[in-house]
Design a protein around this ligand. Structure first.
Ligand code: ADP
Ligand code: AMP
Length: 214
């Protein structure tokens, strides 16, 4: 099962993608996580990506596409995957389709997690992410058991640099301009599924599994 998560920054794509990956035993592939790991490790890719991420801009397509095409070709992705944060532009979606077509494969579902802009700033300012394992929490909605500490691995939780309100506003503009057109793109392909992302995360997940099946 090959699944794409769509939605504004902070809509809950990562939260749901992790749960989907666990339930269906497929890898969760987050381009944002891949870039953050590269930044942490001080790689050339990380240095380049950081320049864009800190400004709330998208990393250029040429730095993202090959990386994802390579990742989805790894053995652990043979039975499918859930892509979180990719594609984010029409050229990225076209490149993915072309690469899959060459293998006789295709994306099965594009799930759009809908959350209005008004809710997004609150979501992002309350988001806390684990520096070590990438688990995400929300100070109010999904708090960790101990403040500032990851439930899963015991390491520190931080506010992402790009989750500051000024940067979030820019990321929302970029989303509407460059990523939202993917909704029409996947609607035209007949694989778009919409879920309300404003309800409790377990209800969002139930609605997603109703679409994907048991
Ligand atoms: P994205 O991957 O789309 O950027 P996240 O999954 O990181 O978004 O979610 C953004 C923030 O909102 C996180 O702090 C997360 O814990 C919280 N969140 C996710 N889903 C819900 C929900 N259904 N209700 C309330 N808060 C949520
Ligand atoms: P995310 O963790 O998905 O919110 O991504 C964080 C940041 O990484 C984004 O704001 C972009 O700067 C960059 N990024 C992640 N995925 C992509 C992508 N597919 N294309 C371009 N930039 C990306």
């Amino acid at each position: 099962m090959k699944i794409i998560m769509l939605g504004a920054p902070g809509a809950g794509k990562g939260t749901q993608a992790k749960k989907i990956a666990e339930k269906y035993s497929i890898p969760h592939i987050s381009t944002g996580d891949i870039f953050r790991a590269n930044i942490k490790n001080g790689t050339e890719l990380g240095k380049k990506a950081k320049e864009y991420m800190d400004q709330g801009l998208l990393v250029p397509d040429e730095l993202v596409v090959d990386l994802v095409v390579d990742r989805v070709g790894q053995p652990d992705a043979a039975n499918g995957y859930v892509l979180d944060g990719f594609p984010r532009t029409i050229p990225q979606a076209e490149a993915l389709d072309k690469a899959l077509e060459a293998l006789g494969e295709k994306v099965d579902y594009a799930i759009n997690v809908e959350v209005p802009d008004e809710n997004i700033i609150n979501r992002m300012s309350g988001r806390r992410a684990c520096v070590a394992c990438g688990a995400t929490y929300h100070l109010v909605h999904i708090p960790p058991k101990t403040e500032g500490i990851c439930d899963k691995c015991g390491k520190e939780l931080i506010l992402r640099d790009d989750d500051k309100p000024e940067t979030v506003k820019k990321r929302l503009d970029v989303y509407h301009d460059q990523t939202q057109p993917l909704i029409d793109y996947y609607t035209n392909k007949g694989i778009l599924k919409e879920v309300d992302g404003t309800v409790d995360m377990e209800i969002v997940f139930k609605n997603i599994t109703d679409i994907l099946g048991e």
